[in-house]
Design a protein around this ligand. Structure first.
Ligand code: MIC
Ligand code: SF4
Length: 663
């Protein structure tokens, strides 16, 4: 039996504990569902999760990172409306200097875009404290999003543990038609699989259509694999990859990589690129996908058609490559955007911005009336440029969760750059194919990029590094540490929520809250604010509590704050119908017990405010089953605990930090 691309990389990076497994098949590949320890070649952090990750790394007492390379990026918290973010930047820079990391300065670009350009390599492993780390799968790297603590452990040379995923293959045939893009491929797979469809799987893209897609286009697709809940997504490494690496002056790291012809997949999906149309994800979920033409033809009260648009944003780690920006410039050339639309453009990196300047394409963007924003996440995470009240915002981004833009009642739609520009010009959702002829988009990609790494500070040599003083601002507060779970938990059901709760619900972001990512007591005031503004106070008053959720609980971001803040507020367990991968790992790392209903209908038998008891935990962890007794009505409910033996030990120790300390 042949191997998939991901299986080949996993096989090369297995850290085998021969006494304890994992169970392997004949080809030496772990069986699906086994706990797999992987050697990690590279790590990345961004600033919104990085401050906490470095505080955690510091407690491990390791003198220098033990990876091939680790990079600390500043790209999320770049709006410095007080001292907090600037202090965190200085803290992270001093940590990078002391511990041997590269430091990418604020303004140098979004971590995923810069990493693809300057560091990612085919065949390697990467984890990042950001859920869109799989962007590097576009270059054939096995790249995964993880909680900050997992990244800290990997920086220290420790393994990264995943549950061995299933393999989903997407076969691409044909070629994208003009004005249909890689973003539409992402939206199509979201339409097919939904935001839960990738959980427990690696998505491998293959077939003859692959060679028609450039590396940045592939990266748009692997980037949005995060929205499917997939462990990661990956493309082969081929001639296109080689050319991209050469254009970055990094041809030496190229290796060819493809799946074997007889590789076995758990599921195969076929997509004919030629048959796709421009697509759009409607509020408030990335899988709420319809054809752009449907909304373009929708009748308005005034007799016109096309949903009226207030705001258009181009950028984010999904669509901010030079290719995307040149397309935008080409379509805006000689045109003016609608007077009723406010448009922002944020190039993904300084390399992209510099090229826009060199080629004069930036003039075409600016002359149209669009606003140029910094090379950073910006509006994608509510760091400025929030829409007007009840505004309709079309974004080339990857998430449109309620409230994420910073305006609770805004309606955010996800689109390609082409569809975004069409709406900016007409002021309505418009199918770009009705505005332009095929030949009208004129983009010439350079053979070589102008490489300028002056905003990336390389690691110091070990002696110099060890003299570095860590700079700590007053906003850095202690983070909570979990308690050993014990045999019985007595707790109040403080919050019962429905399906697809995102980490943006649990721990919102945005420009007002993000500066407090290293200040858990302050952050805690906003926990679950989107669902119930009284949550924080009630959880604190309850002392020991449990949260109950529906399917796919904790989807979205990798922020471990969505576990650390509930921990701080006294949450000891979360019981859901099912969990998203990174969040459940973060709960375990924090020492919060994740539980699932043996019978999902039992979700309806418990109510907010109930006094609950979870009993027999010590034995139950091993058996995979515990009993919950509702002391409010005497009901007994069977719950599952699907934890590897390592995770059981972490929970018993009261979280990963205590577990690492005792090992
Ligand atoms: C996001 O897109 O939600 C973020 C902000 O990049 C997060 C990380 C964070 O919350 O800091 C992510 O995707 O992991
Ligand atoms: Fe930044 Fe948005 Fe990408 Fe998250 S999804 S890394 S906030 S650009």
């Amino acid at each position: 039996m042949g191997l998939t691309i991901a299986q080949k990389i996993i096989k090369d990076h297995l850290k085998l504990d021969l006494s304890e497994g994992p169970k392997l098949n004949q080809e030496g590949i772990p069986l699906v569902g086994e706990d797999v320890a992987l050697k990690i070649d590279q790590t990345l952090t961004q600033d919104a999760t990085g401050t906490m990750a470095y505080l955690e790394f510091e407690t491990m007492g390791i003198p220098r990172v033990r990876t091939e390379l680790s990079v600390a990026y500043i790209d999320h918290n770049t709006l410095q409306s007080g001292f907090e973010n600037a202090d965190d930047h200085k803290f992270i820079q001093s940590m990078a200097q002391k511990y041997g990391l590269y430091f990418s300065r604020p303004g140098n670009g979004i971590c995923h875009q810069v990493h693809l350009e300057r560091f990612a390599r085919p065949g390697g492993t990467l984890i990042g404290s950001d859920s869109h780390t799989p962007t590097a799968g576009g270059i054939g790297m096995l790249a995964m999003g993880a909680g900050g603590l997992d990244v800290a452990v990997a920086m220290g040379g420790g393994a990264y543990h995943i549950t061995m995923p299933k393999m989903i293959r997407v076969n691409l045939t044909g070629k994208l038609a003009p004005f249909v893009t890689a973003k539409d491929v992402s939206l199509e797979i979201l339409r097919i699989l939904t935001v839960k469809g990738g959980v427990g799987a690696i998505i491998e893209w293959g077939g003859p259509g692959v060679k028609t897609l450039s590396v940045p286009e592939r990266a748009t697709i692997t980037n949005m694999g995060a929205e499917l809940g997939a462990t990661t997504s990956i493309f082969p490494s081929d001639e296109v990859t080689k050319k991209f690496l050469e254009s970055e002056g990094r041809g030496d790291v190229f290796i060819p990589l493809e799946s074997d012809a007889d590789a076995v997949y758990d599921k195969i999906i076929d997509i004919d690129l030629s048959a796709l149309e421009p697509l759009i994800a409607c509020p408030h979920s990335p899988d709420n996908v319809v054809k752009v033409s449907e909304l373009a033809n929708k009748a308005n009260a005034d007799g016109t058609s096309g949903v009226i648009v207030d705001q258009v944003c181009v950028g984010s780690c999904t669509n901010s490559s030079l290719y995307d920006m040149l397309k935008v410039a080409s379509l805006l050339k000689g045109r003016t955007i609608s007077k009723d639309v406010s448009m922002s453009v944020s190039p993904g990196s300084r390399q992209v911005l510099n090229k826009l300047v060199e080629t004069n394409a930036l003039m075409d963007i600016l002359s149209s009336g669009a606003r140029l924003l910094e090379c950073a996440c910006g509006p994608c995470i509510g760091m400025g440029f929030s829409p007007n009240s009840r505004g309709v915002s079309l974004r080339t981004f990857n998430r449109n969760f309620e409230g994420r833009s910073g305006t609770k009642d805004a309606g955010v739609y996800l689109v390609s750059p082409e569809t975004a520009v069409a709406a900016a010009i007409t002021g309505r959702i418009t199918d770009p194919r009705t505005l332009w002829e095929a030949g009208e988009i004129d983009v010439e990609m350079p053979d070589a990029f102008t490489v300028d790494d002056s905003a990336i500070i390389p690691p110091l040599d070990p002696e110099e590094a060890s003299k570095t003083e860590i700079i700590r601002g007053p906003n850095i507060k202690e983070f909570p540490v979990g308690k050993p779970i014990g045999d019985e938990l007595v707790c109040e059901l403080v919050l019962k929520v429905g399906d697809n709760i995102t980490t943006d619900h649990i721990m919102p972001a945005g420009s007002k809250i993000l500066p407090y990512r290293s200040n858990i007591p302050h952050l805690s005031k906003y926990c679950f604010e989107v669902c119930d503004a009284t949550f924080s106070e009630r959880a604190k008053a309850a002392g020991s509590s449990i949260v109950v959720g529906g399917l796919n609980y904790g989807q979205g971001s990798s922020r471990e704050h969505a576990a650390l803040v509930p921990l701080y507020l006294g949450v000891r367990a979360v019981c859901a119908k099912s969990f998203a991968r990174i969040h459940v790992a973060n709960l375990v790392n924090a020492g919060i017990l994740p539980l699932t209903f043996e019978d999902p209908d039992d979700y309806d038998r418990i109510n907010q405010g109930d006094k609950l008891r979870i009993v027999g935990i010590e034995e139950g962890l091993k058996a995979g089953e515990v009993l919950m007794i509702d002391d409010s009505n005497g009901e007994e409910i069977k719950l599952k605990t699907d934890l590897s033996s390592r995770q059981q030990d972490i929970i018993k120790a009261g979280g990963l930090l205590s577990y690492v300390a005792s090992n």
